[in-house]
Design a protein around this ligand. Sequence first.
Ligand code: VG1
Ligand code: CO
Length: 542
Amino acid sequence: MSIKTVATTAFDDQKPGTSGLRKRTPDFLRPHYVENFIQSTFDSLEGFAGKTLVVGGDGRYGNRQAIQTIVKMAAANGFGKVLVGQGGWLSTPAASCVIRKYGAFGGFVLSASHNPGGPNADFGIKYNIGNGGPAPEKVTEAIYAHSKTITEYKITDAADIDLDRCGNSQIGNTVVEVIDPVNDYAELMKQLFDFEAIRALFKSGFRMRFDAMHAITGPYAKVIIEQQLGAPVGTVINGIPSEDFNNGHPDPNLTYAEELVAEMFSANAPDFGAASDGDGDRNMILGNNFFVTPSDSLALIAANAKCAPGYQNITGIARSMPTSAASDRVAAALGLECFETPTGWKFFGNLMDADRVTLCGEESFGTGSNHVREKDGLWAVLFWLNILAARKESVEAIVREHWAKYGRNFYSRHDYEGVDSAGANTLMSDLEAKMPALIGTALNGMTIAYADNFSYTDPIDGSVSTKQGLRIGFEDGSRIVFRLSGTGTQGATLRLYVERFEADSAQHVQDTQAALANLIQTADDVAGIKRHTGRTEPTVIT
Ligand code: VG1
Ligand code: CO
């Protein structure tokens, strides 16, 4: 085995977005593309000599090849050990768990999350730091800076490792250990939730369907839900990860999780339904003929946290800015601190490390806690199962009771996917330009209280993140928010977030889109969505 230094030329497009570097697969397959990004990451870090690196991914097309490259580069760059998930598999939360448990220096997660996979779909690489969470902006900015000037990278000429057999091998001085991808994660879940109560729930005839969407959560869900918690075999569907997610779109929402949604909204629906995304960090929660909005799910988990043994003392709650304020009401009632951060899990890490928050959530089907430093799909499902086992009421009854107590934040997100970038950018810049003049004026009968581009100062390290989304807030507490996605790979994706609070429980039966109709119309009036995107309707409504 020898270490080679390979000459390379820089790419100008390796800027990590909301969640790592995400591109079309053919872009990643360009010669030296992966190597450049990995070396740029190593060059941005200090003090990893002899330390441990964790590597795994969601099993999509390109996963195994990228892992072989990363292992050889980690050895050449002086890591002491590389921990790799068997088969190249580690869900995003499991990678976070493994980094923390073994005190690793950091890790790479290979995934484009909820984006489709395959030779003509998407791929991604995300670097996580030693706390198990996504690299903060100062690290991703350093990686990007290095990627623009890189001239060479280091790699060993060792043979490929056997990804499919657990155990140790050696590349030079570096130990490569292939580990079971599920064990450590399953062990952690057992410490947080009342497995006995959930087992009793399944014994009593409770019916559940979990749709793994042909993605990474299948192996985890089968072990935990079917084998350990005793749900009948077949509870987990689409449970074998495939390189292209069976030619599907592994995004757990009402549009893409069709099979699950059809069953959960049928006459013979199970009591509880859930799905997770490509890399296992998202979750969708459904009851019998009932959808739980992710923002509400965070609020409900917080309000019912005491049902779960691991959550007897929660310190605070954080949510991303576009997420509804439902969880703020719970925080206020429980006397807890609450925080509003920019979109993306990397902004929660400091708050969790400082023990200021225990629970975090995003409207985009992301919920999690300080057990790891990533959002965690299966964790949220187990939390719900624990709540259902403790309360012995239906999902719908629990949610309706919550609304009656705290009021209901009607909430919806409209995505305009793959629109023309120029049009989307003009929409945003035109809207931002006219914002100062909007304050104090009325739109469709609602007076504007504030209009700005959200900026965040991290309360722990003082770092400032600007331009995190355009917000227009009305005097009655309603708001509309506009953002451009930082995870898309084609054109631009415009996200419109709409929220209105309703205290009167007689009004809670309303259909969400109807309850928000005036705000949705106002969003188009003020921003010219149809005019700028050329679309008459959103691609996805959640
Ligand atoms: C989206 C979501 C955001 C989430 C991010 C990564 O980002 O809106 O809330 O953290 O995806 O999730 P954006 O920039 O496209 O709006 V995942 O499961 O794709 O890693
Ligand atoms: Co994901």
